[in-house]
Design a protein around this ligand. Structure first.
Ligand code: CIR
Length: 253
């Protein structure tokens, strides 16, 4: 069960965030509204939400998930793979220090975006991507081991981050699409297959028996409901324009 979440209000400069989506620039006021609704959804899942101030120096900093991995036993400040995002970790560190968890760090030449990390109980899958390199993954492995966790890597082919393509919904259920459907490392899971035209919804988030699903992906939502979960639809269209999904917008612990 999770009790807390940390989010970061989008800054006006988010319109200049990194994007490959070709969906146009985000509408800032709409993004702010969607972010408020997202916070509300986290609260509906029983979380106490800590909201960090926007920072105009970092257009992508609302995607706070990439800057830190919080496990039940420690927090690991990452070293984001995109140069423009590297120092997002500074403000996150201040918030993390207040949690009382031991703090670890990924350091150069290691790079790691925590959107590439998927937690399955005491095991952590790390996606090797354009953002997360071997050195980053191996530093993470070393840190996790110290706290009694295991980890393994998955090489990504087409997605930005590991959790762009898969989401663990607990009870051995894994939401997945594309390259992950037949991946040998994921063979033990019961796969809920996300249709190609709804691939964005593969990034959904399990929180305390409820699942946040992006708005408008009806087939995926029905499938998740039929698997026995209560779902909450959240509109994050303005964040999708920057390649960001539901999970990227919060740290949950
Ligand atoms: C980026 O390219 O870094 C941002 N525009 C989107 C980050 C999304 N984060 C995630 O999938 N974990």
């Amino acid at each position: 069960m999770f009790t807390q979440a940390i989010v970061k209000t989008p800054c006006q400069n988010m319109v200049n965030g990194i994007s490959t989506a070709s969906l146009g620039k985000p509408d800032y006021n709409l993004a702010l509204k969607q972010h408020k609704n997202y916070i509300q959804a986290l609260k509906e899942c029983g979380l106490n939400v800590i909201v960090l101030d926007p920072d105009e120096n970092f257009p992508d900093s609302t995607f706070i998930e990439d800057a830190c991995l919080i496990t039940p036993r420690c927090a690991i400040i990452t070293n984001p793979g995109a140069a423009s995002r590297r120092d997002e970790t500074i403000q996150v560190s201040e918030a993390i220090n207040k949690t009382g968890l031991p703090v670890e760090r990924i350091q150069n030449p290691g790079t790691l975006d925590a959107g590439d990390i998927m937690m399955v109980k005491d095991h952590y899958f790390t996606g090797l991507s354009d953002r997360t390199n071997h050195e980053g993954a191996s530093q993470l492995n070393f840190i996790l081991k110290k706290y009694g966790y295991t980890s393994s890597t998955i090489i990504l082919k087409s997605v930005l981050h590991l959790k762009t393509g898969i989401s663990y919904l607990e009870n051995n259920n894994l939401l997945a699409f594309g390259e992950f459907l037949t991946h040998p490392a994921l063979g033990k899971f019961h796969i809920l297959e996300v249709a190609k035209d709804e691939s964005y919804a593969a990034n959904s988030v399990w929180i305390n028996r409820k699942v946040l699903v992006p708005m408008g992906f009806h087939k995926t939502r029905e499938m998740i409901k039929n698997a026995g979960y209560q779902t909450i639809e959240v509109n994050v269209s303005e964040f999708q324009k920057l390649d960001g999904g539901l999970s990227c917008l919060s740290l949950r612990f």
